[in-house]
Design a binder for this molecule. Structure first.
Ligand code: DGP
Length: 113
């Protein structure tokens, strides 16, 4: 049995509100949204975090960003949006499966906390 909640979501073992699915990635709405639109784009492959990415993952990483952009378009985020990857404890990562946050639907302050 998997111990990774995002692997369980990717495999359909845990329900989620799916925004996009393809052969490389799954995107679903965050259970605790920080903005009117808050979607997580995750690779089907279990990579713990961005640090675990290697040369050879370039196209996968690019794909995750492009999926985020496509969802932003579908969600109508014409005024802009933010794409974020938290890495490690200082980066605020709480789920150890690489994921890209897509946030939008309100003005987002900068810098983040
Ligand atoms: P991070 O802090 O960058 O690791 O973000 C993890 C995000 O994952 C956080 O915003 C909450 C979300 N999350 C955690 N568990 C679940 C879950 O079971 N379902 C969904 N949809 N989101 C989850």
């Amino acid at each position: 049995m998997s111990t990774c909640i995002f692997c369980d979501i990717v495999e359909g073992k845990i329900p989620s509100e799916i925004a996009h699915e393809d052969h490389l990635a799954v995107a679903f709405h965050d259970v605790s949204p920080k903005a009117p639109t808050h979607v997580l784009v995750v690779p089907r492959e279990h990579l713990e975090d961005l640090d675990a990415a290697q040369p050879g993952h370039e196209s996968l990483l690019g794909h995750l960003i492009l999926v985020a952009k496509e969802i932003a378009t579908k969600e109508g985020l014409a005024d802009g949006y933010r794409v974020v990857v938290n890495c490690g404890s200082d980066g605020g990562q709480t789920v150890d499966h690489l994921h890209v946050h897509l946030l939008g639907g309100r003005p987002l302050s900068w810098p983040p906390g």
